[in-house]
Design a protein around this ligand. Structure first.
Ligand SMILES: [Mg+2]
Length: 243
């Protein structure tokens, strides 16, 4: 059995509009009523998130002072995963088609995400995604879980997955952040980083994933068209070498 473990936010869900709405809300909430600020356009904001610019720096660039920037970052942390803002999420282009291809190819599919159970279920229902991920292929946080940092929490999910899932001939992981790449590499799982999420190429490259591709579609196409990526004999490439 071959297995693909995919992160959720980034490869499957585009969270950029949620993050931007929360940014605008926090800026408005934190500034004094008489204070004029300089809100970033969405493209500028998202580019900064992708370049891993710290929240407090985004706040000061937007016109808040240092003390306000701290408040802004705190409020942002408390707000970004609240229910009303999840409505701003949308499907990443091509993600559902890619998941259908994986399923059709008989590849074992699991999801590994820093979402809490209820947050994952909400998106599953909204986009009819449950059909791809039975309960025993969902690795997410419990509703009561107190998050620390993705980089500390995600490996715990990976340890659970590797101990619970039936053995696979080969496993790839797809994700859009350093937490995904570090987690996979520390557990000897091959990892493709996607550019359609919250980190740009330069950030992703720092952590040396096995491959960097545009999105989940490109990741899946590579695996399906080049069985050698999956640790399988590639009949086509054997033919090519005899010509
Ligand atoms: Mg992600």
């Amino acid at each position: 059995m071959l297995r693909l473990i995919t992160d959720f936010d980034g490869p499957i869900i585009d969270v950029s509009q949620r993050y931007y709405q929360v940014y605008q809300f926090c800026l408005e909430k934190t500034k004094r009523s008489s204070q004029s600020v300089s809100p970033l356009a969405k493209a500028e904001f998202w580019q900064m998130k992708r370049a891993c610019v710290p929240e407090q720096q985004i706040a000061t660039i937007s016109g808040l002072d240092e003390a306000q920037a701290k408040q802004f970052a705190q409020l942002r942390r408390e707000t970004v995963h609240t229910q009303m803002y999840f409505d701003y999420d949308c499907l990443a282009p091509g993600a559902v088609d890619a998941l259908e291809k994986v399923q059709l190819a008989g590849i074992d599919l699991a999801v590994m995400t820093m979402r809490r159970e209820k947050e994952l279920e909400y998106a599953f229902e909204r986009y009819d995604l449950e059909r791809f991920f039975p309960k025993n292929r969902c690795y997410c946080l419990s509703n009561e879980y107190v998050k620390t940092r993705d980089i500390d929490d995600k490996p715990l999910l990976m340890e659970r997955a590797l101990s619970e899932l039936p053995p696979a001939i080969d496993t790839w992981m797809v994700g859009d952040t350093e937490a995904d790449i570090i987690t996979a590499k520390n557990h000897h799982v091959k990892v493709m980083a996607v550019l359609c999420g919250i980190r740009d190429r330069e950030q992703l490259a720092t952590y040396k994933p096995d491959l960097i591709v545009q999105d989940l579609s490109a990741a899946v196409d590579l695996l399906l068209l080049h069985p050698s990526f999956f640790g399988l004999d590639d009949a086509d490439s054997t033919e090519e070498t005899t010509e």
